[in-house]
Design a protein around this ligand. Sequence first.
Ligand SMILES: [Cu+2]
Length: 142
Amino acid sequence: MEQGDARRLGGRAIPRRVLLKVVGAIAVLGSGAWLTACQKDAARVVDMVGQSKYAPAQLTIKVGETVTWRNRSTIDHTATGDPAKVLNRANVRLPTGAAPWDSGTIAAGQSWGRRFDVPGEYRYCCLPHELAGMVGTLTVEP
Ligand SMILES: [Cu+2]
C-alpha cells in the first residue's frame, strides 16, 4: 500500500519535476535574453546632455542596428548627418553609398532613432550647437 502510493506519487512527481525544470529553464533563458537585449539597447543610445554634448561622443554598432538619440537636456538638439545642412562640412562624414540623414529637432525629453544599414564611419553634429562642438562619430561595423 505504502509502496503503491509512493510509486504512484513518484510517477506523478517525475513529470511534475521535469515540468518545473523546463519552466525554470525557460525562465532563466528568458531573463538572460531580456538582460542581454537591455544591455545591447543601452549600448546603442546616445544621450544629449548639457548645452552641447553627445554622450558617448563616439559609438560603435553593427550594421542594421538602430541608434537612439535621447535628449536628456532642457534645450532642443538634433543629430544631423547631412552636409548640405551644416555650417562646416567637416562636421559631417558619410560612408560611400550612405544617404544624408537628419533627426530634425529633438525637443527636451524626446528621443529619435535611426537604423544604419551602410557600414563605415559617420560623423554628425547638432545643427544649433555645431559651432559649440556638439559633434559625434558613429562606426558601423559590417
Ligand atoms: Cu545641440
